[in-house]
Design a protein around this ligand. Structure first.
Ligand code: ADP
Ligand code: ZN
Ligand code: MG
Length: 480
């Protein structure tokens, strides 16, 4: 069979995190009773006037600068006419020929969904424009309802160039985009809440040829994993059709996650005529060079910069910094705790090996953690000043994770303070020596490894509380 290559372009919608909606003062929130966050403006009553949300426009410009886009000095909102119950006005306010941002790029690298390294790849950004979100249809037996709480929420559309070649690259691109949005505070990109949504365009062509093949659009993808799987499926299906003598047509396909298959939704007959025209109720938006420069000077810190800062400032490894900066919330958590202790490296180890494991077992992330960074720092402090051993600290941590209690309180309550009293440890050393005459002989015969056995015995007698360095020292004194 001929080798085929995939050509992929993504259209990603991201809800902008603002206090109010795009053109009215209704709250921009998730959930709640249907149609409780609506007003004459977002319900499209006649005679109302939209007022643009400045913050949403600024956040779009920032998104553009963070993705190397050119920012339009002159831009406008257009009406996109269509008739469907999710939009009470029968047009959506969007941007047509003069979007806020164009000609950008996102650099991706690292591992894709399959764990395979993708190398260093640059994906072009065609444009980022700002529009208003639409309502949500809910289907019940025998009827459907529409909830307009989401109608009018500021929504960015980020369109990529057809530069993506593999499902792994698509996966890495989405992750990077999400990371940028989260770090910049533009959106939480919670896919379960519909804050980030993705349409996928994919075609195949014979390897080595230039011309693009027929583009298929896939909709209803509600996870990055679904994007990856549906792409793998299409990259298998399309060559199958072509090789068996069939032809592809431009169509929109859905994704059935249970069956792991795409299915035909509709064939694109003719280009939609949305009759775009400039919204006469909204003034064009202009920016001076100076204003753009000001945005550029105050851009939020991205993960790369934060990683560098952590490595230099806290003395942690590249790997630790990479893991900790995976999510901004986790990075900030670490940063807060690290500022309070002597050995930030120790906190990094604890977060990466213990906390992340517990969080993943509990099916949550740092937002669901009951231990505050201050509490975690206090636990590390108890290890640093030898109040408890690293081993006991693991039990204390387990208890903190479950209950959210302070380390100090758990240590007190359970009497876990490390024993550093020479007399008390000596008593235990004597006991261990007296109980193990055979091992004493082995040690005297020159088997130095037996010392470890005695350390174990003394630790056991102390129920893990003896200071290990002191135990070794006193054992040596006794046995030598
Ligand atoms: P439409 O007019 O159908 O919306 P666009 O040209 O605006 O199509 O492109 C929409 C998305 O599809 C973009 O992300 C673009 O990169 C991607 N795309 C365009 N042509 C192809 C193709 N032949 N194969 C795969 N993706 C494509
Ligand atoms: Zn409203
Ligand atoms: Mg298009």
């Amino acid at each position: 069979m001929t080798e085929y290559e995939a050509v992929i372009g993504l259209e990603v919608h991201v809800e902008v995190k603002t206090a109010s909606k795009m053109f009215c003062s209704c709250a921009n929130d998730f959930g709640g009773e249907p149609n409780t966050r609506v007003c004459p403006v977002c319900m499209g009553y006649p005679g109302v006037l939209p007022v643009p949300n400045k913050k949403a426009i600024e956040q779009t410009v920032i998104a553009g600068l963070l993705t190397d886009c050119e920012i339009a000095r002159f831009s406008k909102f257009d009406r996109k006419s269509y008739f469907y119950p999710d939009m009470p006005k029968n047009y959506q306010i969007s941007q047509y020929d003069l979007p806020f941002c164009e000609h950008g790029r996102i650099k991706i690298s690292g591992k894709g969904f399959s764990g395979e390294d993708i190398g260093d790849v640059t994906i072009g950004i065609t444009r980022i424009h700002l529009e208003e979100d639409v309502g949500k249809l809910n289907h019940f037996p025998g009827y459907s309802g529409v909830d307009y709480n989401r109608a009018g929420v500021p929504l960015m559309e980020i369109v990529s160039e057809p530069d993506i070649r593999t499902p792994d690259e698509a996966y890495a691109y989405l992750n990077k985009l999400k990371q940028i949005m989260q770090y910049a505070g533009i959106s939480d990109c919670d896919m379960e809440k519909g804050q980030m949504r993705c349409d996928v365009n994919v075609s195949v062509r014979k390897a080595g040829t230039e011309k693009f093949g027929t583009k298929i659009e896939i909709k209803n993808l509600n996870s990055f994993r679904a994007v990856h799987r549906s792409l793998e499926y299409e990259i298998w299906r399309q060559p199958e059709v072509l090789e068996s003598g069939g032809a592809l047509q431009q169509e929109t396909r859905g994704w059935n996650d249970d069956r792991g298959e795409t299915y035909l939704m509709r064939v694109k007959e003719a280009a939609h005529d949305y009759r775009y025209f400039p919204d006469p109720d909204l003034m064009p938006v202009t920016f001076s060079d100076e204003e753009i420069e000001n945005f550029r000077k105050n851009l939020p810190e991205l993960p790369e910069a934060m990683r560098e800062r952590f490595i230099a400032g806290f003395g942690i490894t590249d790997y630790d910094a990479e893991v900790l900066c995976q999510s901004k919330a986790l990075a900030l958590y670490f940063e807060k705790g690290a500022a309070l202790i002597k050995t930030p490296k120790l906190l990094a180890n604890w977060i990466i090996s213990e906390l992340l494991r517990e969080l993943s077992d509990a099916g949550t992330d740092i937002s669901g953690c009951r231990i505050s960074p201050e509490q975690f720092a206090a636990l590390i402090g108890l290890i640093e000043n030898n109040t408890i051993s690293g081993k006991i600290a693991k039990d204390v941590f387990g208890e903190m994770f479950k209950t959210g209690k302070d380390a100090q309180a758990i240590v007190k309550e359970k009497g876990l303070e490390q024993v550093t009293d020479t007399g008390a440890i000596e008593t235990l050393v004597d006991e261990a020596v007296a109980n193990n005459a055979q091992q004493v002989q082995q040690y005297k015969d020159g088997n130095a490894k037996v010392l470890q056995f005695f350390v174990g015995q003394v630790m056991k007698l102390s129920r893990g509380k003896a200071n290990p360095q002191m135990v070794v020292q006193l054992l040596k004194q006794k046995l030598d």
